[in-house]
Design a protein around this ligand. Structure first.
Ligand code: ASP
Length: 463
């Protein structure tokens, strides 16, 4: 017998079917027992009576058991219809019920939104927390979102290419996660803060339109909307100018958001310069919605452009504001090469904001090795350091590099906006705690002495 899903039962009235799933709830009235069966498609009510109720001690079905039933789908009498349930017009008269796996009492309720529960316990039992309808829904929404993104990009002739996780440090303004090398003890890989350099190399390789749903790792202090790892929609295109990239990205966001049922405040998206944004809102992450629109869940996108390329860091040295691989705006190229009027140089960077959050950003890149070299010199990198860290990029650009540009969008930030969640952990299947511990498994954790030895590592502060 083929498995029938709970959600399909309304089309199969009068049929005997096989259902498998979890017991969502049990209401036992002695002579008759109602079980709500939950599977990936929804919920349907089972009615167990007569011989179906007779079962050995300890085998009474209870909430969260995994069961299999064979039963007859019946229309419910009008007075028994449950309008709150999608399958509320039918119920299944159980002929045979088998418990496939018993469930212990869960450590917390899963029929609530779960916001009031302690984070540690939710993440320790994340596989149960994910049974919660709200979270289940968020994870499904995320999958749909990524599918829509992929569909848009494939249709527009982008190709999906994976880039390595074990790599060399690349500057994105964050601390790296390091991975010790066993074969070359004393040396380290860095997990990518973004695929920035690889995607640019893919442009040199001639792919012209790349994308990747890329995992990025940044060892930053954690916040409600920032984790150690995040996923970004990473895009790069060749033979484009700033407006070309912005146009296609905007088209993608509109198509995907509207397909998700979202309402967008203004199309095309307004474009503000950084200076205008600061003057009008005191911030480059502003919210254009009225109170009314906030209540109506309208999404207000806007572009911010013309950021300063450089700013002074804590020790009064020049550093990049967004991305060292960016081109300056054309009219500032000579200043950049001459390293003059540094504070006035504007970058080709464009940031996309939505409802007060920065959801993505990118730029046209420098594909002229002289420009890139000058950027690093302005940031006080020595010649040998530049060669050591970025020599491969400078070299690649000497073999025929197309003008190119791209961007990255944060999947979690976008999902928080779509799912109306305040915390990153609500849109990630297995997030970390605010203290940086993993869900379910206990990482970071100590490792065996022989593992350390193999890596040539000795811990200094052993307790
Ligand atoms: N690599 C940048 C980031 O991860 C985005 C980009 O410029 O494409 O923030």
């Amino acid at each position: 017998m083929f498995r029938c899903l709970a959600g399909e039962t309304i089309q199969k009235v009068g049929e005997e079917v096989l259902l498998q799933g979890w017991i969502n709830t049990r209401r036992d009235h002695g002579k008759i027992m109602f079980l709500d069966l939950r599977d990936r498609s929804g919920i349907v009510q089972l009615v167990v009576s007569g011989s179906g109720l007779e079962r050995p001690e300890g085998l009474t079905p209870s909430a969260e058991d995994v069961i299999e039933v064979v039963g007859l789908i019946k229309e419910r009498p009008a007075s028994m219809v449950n309008p709150k349930l999608e399958t509320g017009t039918v119920e299944v008269e159980v002929k045979k019920l088998t418990i496939l796996s018993k469930a212990k009492e869960l450590p917390f309720p899963i029929d609530t939104d779960g916001y009031d529960l302690d984070e540690e316990i939710r993440l320790k039992y994340r596989y149960l927390d994910l049974r919660r309808a709200r979270l289940n829904n968020n994870i499904r929404l995320r999958s749909k979102f990524v599918q829509l993104i992929r569909s848009f990009l494939f249709r527009n002739n982008f190709i999906e290419i994976e880039t390595p996780h074990l790599s060399q440090s690349t500057p994105e303004g964050s601390r790296d996660f390091l991975v010790p090398s066993r074969l070359q003890a004393g040396k380290f890989y860095a997990l990518p803060q973004s695929p920035q350099q690889y995607k640019q190399l893919l442009m040199v390789a001639g792919f012209e339109r790349y994308f990747q749903i890329a995992k990025c790792f940044r060892d930053e202090d954690l916040r409600s909307d920032r984790g150690f790892e995040h996923t970004q929609i990473d895009i790069e295109m060749s033979f484009v100018e700033r407006e070309d990239v912005m146009r296609i990205l905007e088209e993608m966001m509109i198509e995907v958001f509207e397909a998700m049922g979202e309402k967008i405040k203004q199309k095309p998206f307004p474009v503000l310069t950084y200076q205008e944004a600061i003057q009008r809102f005191g911030s480059d992450k502003f919210d254009l919605r009225s109170e009314e629109e906030k209540k109506g869940n309208v999404k207000a996108f806007a572009w911010v452009v013309d950021f300063p390329f450089f700013e002074k860091d804590k020790i009064d040295k020049w550093t990049f504001t967004h991305n060292p691989f960016s081109n300056p705006k054309k009219e500032f190229t000579s200043d950049l090469l001459a390293k003059r009027n540094i504070d006035k140089i504007l970058t080709s960077q464009y940031d996309l904001i939505c409802n007060g959050f920065e959801v993505g950003g990118g730029s046209i890149r420098s594909h002229d090795p002289k420009v890139l070299q000058s950027v690093f010199e302005i940031m006080s990198y020595g010649k040998s350091e530049i060669i050591k860290k970025f020599g491969h990029m400078l070299k690649a650009f000497t073999y025929g590099a197309p003008p190119h540009g791209g961007c990255a969008f944060g999947v979690e930030r976008l999902m928080m906006i779509i799912a109306r969640e305040k915390y990153l952990r609500e849109v990630v299947a297995f997030p970390q705690t605010s203290g940086g511990k993993t869900s379910v498994m206990d990482a970071p954790s100590e490792v065996a002495e022989d593992q350390l030895q193999e890596l040539g590592i000795r811990l200094v502060n052993e307790t």
